[in-house]
Design a protein around this ligand. Structure first.
Ligand SMILES: [Zn+2]
Length: 185
């Protein structure tokens, strides 16, 4: 049986037992979760969340890109979310290649480079801090007080928090003010 046909069959079974038609469009916990698309990372199960409680934005890496910011702006401004959890994870595919590898292959195969950034990273904690900073410095996101980032360990099932003040990444050492993105006066 074709995979997607099987999934459609699952959905028909789902509808038979469905009783969540009264859920509101606004997430009841006023929470947005930004996570990698990895198949081993199941934010709802991991965080103990149910339907109707949170928004989930996912991409390769769980990196805060312009499109993630677009979704977060809509989530906060129109649908009432106030807190943001960022989830990266160990053994992420984005640790396994470099931006230029993919860009070079795409250009060689198609004669074009994409207009989007690939956003691979070498260090999970640094990329999480960058993602938190991109939220903290976005003028479009009204609620930036409760943004926390975590690494999920696919080997152990455990979650580890990464704080903006942790580590010694080069931006802090260079004296850049992460709240404004500017060097100090
Ligand atoms: Zn990943």
């Amino acid at each position: 049986m074709d995979l997607i046909d099987r999934l459609v069959g699952n959905a028909e079974e789902w509808a038979k037992g469905f009783n969540a038609g009264e859920l509101a469009v606004q997430p009841t916990l006023r929470l947005a979760v930004v996570a990698c698309q990895d198949s081993r990372l199941d934010p709802q199960s991991l965080l103990g969340l149910g339907p109707g409680e949170a928004h989930y934005m996912r991409n390769a890496g769980g990196t805060v890109t312009d499109d993630m910011l677009r979704s977060l702006v809509i989530s906060q401004r129109f649908l009432g979310t106030r807190e943001i959890v960022l989830l990266h994870h160990t053994d992420c595919g984005m640790l396994r290649f470099k931006d230029d590898d993919l860009l070079g292959d795409l250009h060689a195969e198609t004669g074009m480079r994409p207009t989007w950034a690939v956003e691979t990273f070498d260090d999970l904690d640094d990329d999480l801090r960058q993602s938190m900073r991109r939220i903290q410095t976005s003028p479009f996101i009204p609620h930036r007080e409760n943004v926390r980032g975590f690494v999920y360990e696919v080997e152990t099932g455990r979650l580890r928090e990464v704080k903006l003040t942790d580590g010694s990444d080069s931006h802090r050492e260079a004296g850049v003010n992460w709240r404004t993105g500017n060097a100090p006066d």
